[in-house]
Design a protein around this ligand. Structure first.
Ligand code: ATP
Ligand code: MG
Length: 598
């Protein structure tokens, strides 16, 4: 209940307004339903005995008002009127039901979109700790489960509860004793079953969400590791891991549906038996069958409407209980959703050129559960110079780069650009000056042009800039020789390209928006020395106007650097020219000794 209220609270105002409107519609329809049931009763009554009209509220008045004298005509009139009420109420019902389904699914679209954007703008630290297939699952699967399992049933519960209440009230007006005892028996059975089942439903709901997570993870990992799995003949073994979570997921879902449906099959015969009992009892005690029939018919018809309503309320509650963990997952993220994520494009590009220096002052950084990855980093990078970072694997180079890019934030110390701390607007302005080639370039399954101008719509791509960047990255000739040129689609993660081609497209991507500062994290490691040198030469032509920060394992890559910093164990252990830093590299067995002579 609490979670449902919270769900309502996080909806967009327009959605919430529509929700209340539809809820009002649902209630109206439920009352119309009751009116439909109510109108059949006097009809049955006067069919059996026209004189009994006075027993029913409003019927005598209706007769005087219409001025119909003939009994037959009046019966026909009441019959048609009752039919009209039922038809209208059902048509209205159809319309409101459609609106309700539409709204629920529209809310699904917006929740999914909001989750995606919340995850994507989360601090990198938190994101890195979580499995991306789990986030994907939340966006794609848990949102759907929430809509189908929580939102729609909750709305149904409300409408059906109103209808059931109305019908019970109406029956009470006719015969309080019978009506209340029937309501108590049927309602009581549902309530009892619900209280017995609810804990269990909540538990299997938790198992279902865990199993769902596993399913998504295994699917993702199977495709991610496909080459190795096939090579080692372990596809079958790996795929069989899917069985258990998939079984748990389907069985828990099936169980929740069964629990929601079963009481119906017990209660329907019971209801029928009650009516038979009512008729038999009244005849045995000397009642006139003719007078019992309308009453029995009334209860039969009312029950025919009442029982499904109670059933819907029950199965709705059961469903909400089972799917509540899915809703909880969504709420957990959207509860702390930032107002509107700062949109890069909307920030004024008027930031001054990076002209003096980038400074790290006593910067320290820790990952969750991995303290002191960087300790006391003091670093000064002058604008328009080329700076190398070298150090053994795991020493903290990529982490330092991430801080410099503003993707991670220092735990202690400050980073200054031209004397101004890197925070807020300033950080965003700084990031717009950067071109970055990560250690492993991620290509999207789109055209080469779309990969170089990543994130832009086709009509926004500046093809001249794409080609210029590709030339600098030394990949233009390769692309120009492809049958579809820049329109060639590269496949998932660039599967149709070689490692070096992927890397060069990554480089072109970093150069596309003509950055002032270019950051290369092992960006040329996948290229042969010759290609690497051609590329570095091309970048050199830009040097003097650009600041270049290069992370490398190979000293040859850093041949052109003005300054080289050597990182070890999260600290800067040496700085200076490549030759000055080299001796300390000689003892590092990971770096080929031969290359140190360069
Ligand atoms: P390489 O040359 O292999 O790329 P690197 O110098 O770039 O290494 P980093 O990626 O900066 O090294 O990692 C520094 C240390 O921080 C490593 O010990 C690594 O295990 C750890 N580390 C990196 N990323 C995370 C993370 N998201 N969570 C926890 N620890 C991390
Ligand atoms: Mg690295």
């Amino acid at each position: 209940m609490q979670k449902l209220v919270e769900l309502l609270r996080i909806l967009r105002p327009a959605e919430r307004r529509r929700f209340w409107l539809i809820l009002a519609g649902i209630t109206l329809v439920a009352l119309g339903d009751v009116a439909g049931v109510a109108s059949v009763i006097p009809f049955l009554g006067i069919v059996v005995n026209p004189a009994s009209a006075s027993k029913f509220w409003g019927v005598t008045e209706l007769r005087t008002m219409t001025g119909i004298v003939d009994d037959r005509s009046f019966i026909i009139f009441v019959g048609i009127a009752s039919m009209l009420i039922i038809t209208t109420s059902n048509l209205l019902n159809a319309w409101v039901t459609a609106a309700q389904i539409r709204l629920a699914n529209a809310i699904g679209v917006s929740l999914g979109r909001r989750l995606l954007s919340a995850y994507a703008t989360q601090d990198q630290v938190t994101l890195l700790g979580r499995n991306s297939s789990e986030l994907g699952k939340n966006i794609l699967s848990e949102v759907d489960r929430t809509i189908v399992g929580v939102l729609v049933p909750a709305m149904t519960v409300i409408s059906r509860a109103v209808a059931a209440g109305g019908i019970i009230l109406f029956l009470v007006l006719i015969d309080p004793v019978i009506a209340l005892s029937l309501a108590a028996i049927f309602g009581g059975i549902y309530i009892a079953v619900y209280f017995i089942a609810q804990r269990w439903l909540a538990n299997i709901g938790m198992s279902a969400i865990d199993a769902n997570k596993e399913r998504f993870r295994i699917v993702n990992e199977t495709f991610g590791a496909l080459r190795e799995l096939r090579l080692y003949g372990r596809v079958d073994a790996f795929v069989s891991r899917f069985d258990e979570p998939a079984r748990v997921y389907s069985e828990t879902t099936a169980t929740s549906l069964i629990v929601g449906q079963i009481p119906r099959f017990v209660l329907e015969p019971l209801a029928f038996a009650s009516i038979v009992f009512l008729v038999v009892h009244s005849i045995m005690t000397g009642g006139n069958p003719a007078s019992v029939i309308p009453m029995a018919g009334m209860f039969a018809f009312a029950g025919y409407r009442l029982l499904p309503s109670l059933q819907h309320v029950f199965s709705g509650f059961a469903s909400v209980r089972f799917y509540a963990p899915a809703l909880a997952t969504i709420l957990q993220t959207l509860r702390s959703e930032k107002a509107v994520p700062a949109e890069r494009a909307s920030v004024a590009p008027a930031a001054p050129r990076f002209s003096r220096k980038l400074e790290f002052k006593k910067v320290g950084f820790s990952y969750p559960e991995r303290p002191n990855v960087l300790v006391d980093i003091n670093l000064s990078i002058a604008a328009e110079t080329t700076v190398g970072l070298i150090g053994r694997t795991g020493s903290g180079k990529t982490t330092l780069i991430s801080l410099l890019l503003g993707l991670l934030h220092p735990a202690s110390g400050t980073i200054l650009v031209d004397g101004v701390p890197l925070t807020g607007e300033r950080l965003i302005a700084w990031q717009r000056k950067l071109g970055y080639v990560p250690q492993d370039v991620f290509l999207i399954d789109g055209s080469i042009a779309a990969n170089i101008a990543l994130g832009l719509f086709d009509d926004e791509i500046n093809l001249a800039a794409v080609e210029k960047a590709a030339r600098l990255a030394n990949v233009h000739d390769f692309i120009a020789n492809l049958p579809a040129g820049y329109k060639t689609v590269v496949g998932e993660r660039g599967a149709r390209l070689s490692g070096g081609q992927r890397q060069r497209i990554g480089i072109a991507r970093a150069l596309y928006h003509d950055p002032e500062v270019i950051v290369l994290d092992e960006a040329t490691s996948g290229l042969d020395s010759e290609t690497e040198q051609t590329f570095l030469q091309a970048i050199d032509q830009l040097a003097g106007q650009r600041t270049l920060i290069v992370v490398a394992h190979r000293p040859t890559t850093l041949r052109r650097a003005d300054v080289v910093h050597m990182i070890d164990g999260g600290r800067i252990v040496a700085s200076g020219s490549l030759e000055a830093v080299m001796p300390s590299i000689d003892s590092d067995r990971r770096l080929p000794l031969g290359s140190a002579a360069v």
